[in-house]
Design a binder for this molecule. Structure first.
Ligand code: CO
Length: 424
């Protein structure tokens, strides 16, 4: 044993004697007890976990987060939907780092619950207006050359609870129908080349193998562009919640089009007008008409380092951080305001800035303890600028559920608490 560690242990003994003396003959408050138990693990003491061996390999054959992180979980809003089999859960964006969402924390959306699919008995049928209709097993799909791409998936209803002014006091609920993964699979265009698309085919119906047979119509141009028939997510087979054993990933488009548990692709000459593209996933405009086939998730952003779940504990330096994304391509710029949109300054984009993926921005800031109205504004590579709530409401009215990508405001109070407020 080195002299230094002997010293440390002696110091610890002295400290413990002192602690025992405090305890003798007097009742300690819960706070004092907690301070005492914490102190025995703080410098200069040797913490408890250094005084014994730890757990061996494969104690957890499939690892999981520390028990001290058990609050970092998906959450749902009970009043939002009638039943958990047709509902949504939200990613804990306030607790996530970088641009990849851990698969266990990817937001969920089901229309009839999660099917338990045996991959050996699962098939993908491609038929309709093609030369050579085919049925693929999972083994067949995995023989094709694969691609791995980092793409966000966002439910178009993200933020939709706030159209009419409802205030969700948590970033998890204002923006958490959003996640980003590395998806691996076969390019859909590769499978379509295999079946030989007939010139008359202008649309593709994608259908899931869930109890709802969730289905959406996709125009052939997008189908032949960047769509992935994905079987893996973040390095392992896709989770059941995310479409095991195979799903579509339609980059940049409303999450609902990325059909999970994919079982059928039909080529046709017109769209099918399924339930989820007529009565749902359309946008009711102020004049009473309804927009359909609004697929793209427009540029959006939000500050995540400070939010209702993460109040500021002290004045001084803070890195204001957040995420930005666009269904049209890469994020080009993010601006920050501390005064509710009067003055804007450019944030830095950090790490990888990828096509149709989450990008992370950063802004150096010294908080002097004053209240502030903090917003971020994303601009994508097409030049599209994230609108204010007022600009969006002027065009869209207040009847919509989907595609609310307006600038979001956090009100920072002098106490360091953060509230969700709306500024036009
Ligand atoms: Co839409």
């Amino acid at each position: 044993m080195s002299e230094k560690s002997i010293d440390t242990i002696q110091m610890r003994r002295t400290f413990l004697k002192g602690a025992a003396a405090i305890g003798a003959g007097s009742l300690l408050s819960a706070e004092q007890l907690y301070a005492q138990s914490a102190a025995k693990n703080l410098p200069p003491a040797v913490p408890e976990w250094m005084q014994r061996v730890g757990r061996g390999v494969v104690t957890e054959p499939y690892g999981k987060p520390s028990i001290h992180e058990q609050n970092v979980v998906r959450r749902t809003v009970p009043w939002l939907t009638a039943s958990p089999i047709s509902s949504i859960s939200f990613s804990p964006l306030h607790a996530l780092k970088g641009i990849i969402t851990p698969s266990s924390l990817h937001f969920e959306r089901y229309h009839s619950g999660i099917p338990d699919i045996n991959p050996d008995q699962h098939r993908l049928m491609v038929h309709g207006l093609c030369e050579n209709p085919l049925i693929f097993s999972m083994d067949d799909l995995m023989r094709f050359p694969s691609v791995s791409e980092i793409r966000f998936i966002e439910c178009p209803a993200n933020g939709g609870m706030e159209w009419r002014g409802a205030q969700m006091e948590a970033l998890q609920f204002t923006h958490g129908m959003l996640s980003c993964s590395e998806w691996t699979g076969v390019r859909l265009s590769t499978l379509l080349a295999e079946v030989g698309v007939k010139p008359k085919a202008k649309w593709l119906l994608a259908e899931g193998a869930d109890g709802a047979a969730m289905a959406r119509s996709i125009p052939i141009e997008k189908a032949l562009d960047d769509v992935i028939v994905a079987y893996a997510q973040n390095g392992e087979m896709i989770r059941p919640e995310q479409g095991y054993p195979v799903r579509l990933v339609i980059p940049g488009w409303e999450g609902n089009t990325s059909i999970k548990w994919l079982r059928r692709l039909e080529l046709g000459d017109q769209p099918w007008h399924m339930r989820e593209e007529t009565s749902k996933y359309t946008d009711l405009m102020p004049d009473g008409s309804s927009r359909r086939f609004t697929w793209v998730q427009e540029a959006n952003s939000v500050v995540t380092s400070l939010c209702p779940e993460k109040p500021l504990k002290q004045k001084g330096y803070h890195e204001l951080e957040g995420i930005a994304w666009s269904g049209r391509g890469k994020i080009k710029q993010v601006d920050i305001t501390l005064d509710g949109g009067v003055t804007w300054r450019a944030a830095k984009l950090k790490g990888q800035v990828l096509d149709k993926a989450l990008s992370r921005f950063s802004f150096d800031w010294n908080w002097d303890g004053s209240p502030a109205l903090i917003q971020s504004r994303a601009i994508d590579e097409t030049g599209y600028v994230q609108p204010t709530l007022g600009q969006l409401r002027k065009v869209r009215g207040v009847n919509s559920v989907y595609h609310k990508n307006s600038i979001h405001t956090w009100q920072l109070l002098a106490s360091g608490e953060v509230r969700n407020v709306q500024i036009d």
